[in-house]
Design a protein around this ligand. Structure first.
Ligand code: MRU
Length: 364
């Protein structure tokens, strides 16, 4: 995507040929700042502190983290140690394990002298594939938006609600849930996006709104609890969200609050789509509620908000009484029965094992 005319991905290798460039997402929407990862510890910190976030980007950063580690020491012990350390940075998104396993498997049985170069090569492949995958998701999702536009007689704006940030900032480029929206907008279909603010870290208000704004897509930020009201009044044509882990029976685990949107959508006959790359499917599990680990983060993300003052300073503000406890569950599971369709790079399917396996017969 372009920022002020310059094309960016969310992660790249710098001109020095080894350090890894990223966008510091904790500084958005107020400042667009890039930074460099020069060690695997820096990569682990970037994932844990959510300097980078979003399932596919966490995976890509993990892959480069292993490459940085192999520059330092390409032994088996180092490979296993750093694989384990990166894996425990964030527990819910399966893309992290998928990417780390892919790099480690490629390095297995390779001479130590070749390992760093090979790790960089695999990390770059993961990134290039993610761009192609998300673009394909965009094309399949575009068909759905075009269908809704045709149903509306081609006469009015299509209103789409999304939760969290499943745009290009969450991936390497394009995004998952936002890719169809960018493609529809670029094709001249009038779309408007209801952007859930997505407490506590406000990925909707800070990141999705920033992305849509930069690309010129009409949007409105709403508080997390407004979606049901809008759906009751016919002001949402479809919902589309991303997922951090999808089970083989089609349950999806996404940012906390996604489930409530899916319930409201079902009650109001609003289609609820989930967009995902193959790297988000955990073929080893079926029951998302029982089998997906839900990340719990620090209380201060709930009790303290950060924002820009009228004088331009970024400040933290305490919003709860001193002494009140807070709980911070990062994700929830939306059961497959509430999902209208899974939009993948291979097409859109029912949120069922049969639907997924029809698209991915190699996992039957
Ligand atoms: O905690 P985050 O910001 O990493 O959570 C991100 C999400 O929940 C996204 O919706 C998900 O990763 C899908 S990304 C394409």
């Amino acid at each position: 995507m372009k920022i002020k005319g310059v094309a960016y991905r969310t992660i790249w290798v710098n001109d020095d040929g080894w350090s890894v460039g990223i966008i510091d997402q904790t500084r958005l929407p107020h400042d667009f700042v890039t930074t460099s990862l020069e060690s695997w510890e820096a990569a682990a910190h970037a994932i844990k502190a959510m300097i980078v976030r979003g399932a596919p980007l966490i995976g890509a950063t993990g892959a480069y983290g292993l490459a940085l580690a192999m520059r330092e020491n390409a032994s088996d012990t180092m490979l296993d140690k750093v694989h384990a350390a990166l894996l425990e940075t964030r527990p819910t998104a399966i893309n992290l394990k998928w990417a780390l396993d892919r790099v480690r498997n490629a390095l297995h049985n390779q001479p130590a002298v070749d390992r760093a170069a090979l790790a960089y090569k695999v990390a770059a492949e993961i990134c290039d594939e993610d761009v192609a995958t998300c673009s394909a998701i965009g094309n399949h999702g575009l068909n759905i938006i075009e269908g809704l536009y045709a149903q509306a007689g081609g006469k009015r704006t299509i209103n789409i609600l999304t939760h969290c940030n499943a745009g290009w900032l969450a991936c390497v480029d394009w995004g998952t849930a936002l890719a169809p929206i960018y493609k529809a907008h670029d094709k001249g279909i009038p779309v408007h996006v209801w952007v859930d603010e997505t407490r506590p870290r406000n990925q909707g208000a800070s990141l999705t709104a920033w992305e849509l704004n930069s690309h010129g897509v009409p949007h409105t930020v709403i508080v997390d609890n407004a979606g049901g009201h809008l759906m009751q009044h016919g002001r949402v044509d479809m919902c589309i969200v991303g997922t951090d882990r999808t089970t083989r029976q089609g349950d999806v685990c996404n940012k906390i609050g996604t489930y409530l949107k899916a319930l409201a959508a079902r009650d109001n006959d609003v289609p609820f789509y989930v967009a995902l790359p193959h790297s988000t499917i955990d073929w080893t599990i079926r029951d998302g509620l029982r089998e997906i680990p839900i990340e719990e983060r620090g209380e201060d993300e709930v009790t303290i908000m950060r924002g820009r003052t009228t004088t331009g300073e970024i400040v933290p503000v305490l919003i709860t009484p001193e002494g009140s406890k807070a709980a911070n569950y990062g994700f929830d599971v939306t059961p497959a029965r509430l999902v209208s369709g899974l939009v993948t790079e291979r097409g859109t399917c029912e949120a069922t094992e049969a639907g997924l396996v029809a698209l991915y017969p190699e996992f039957a």
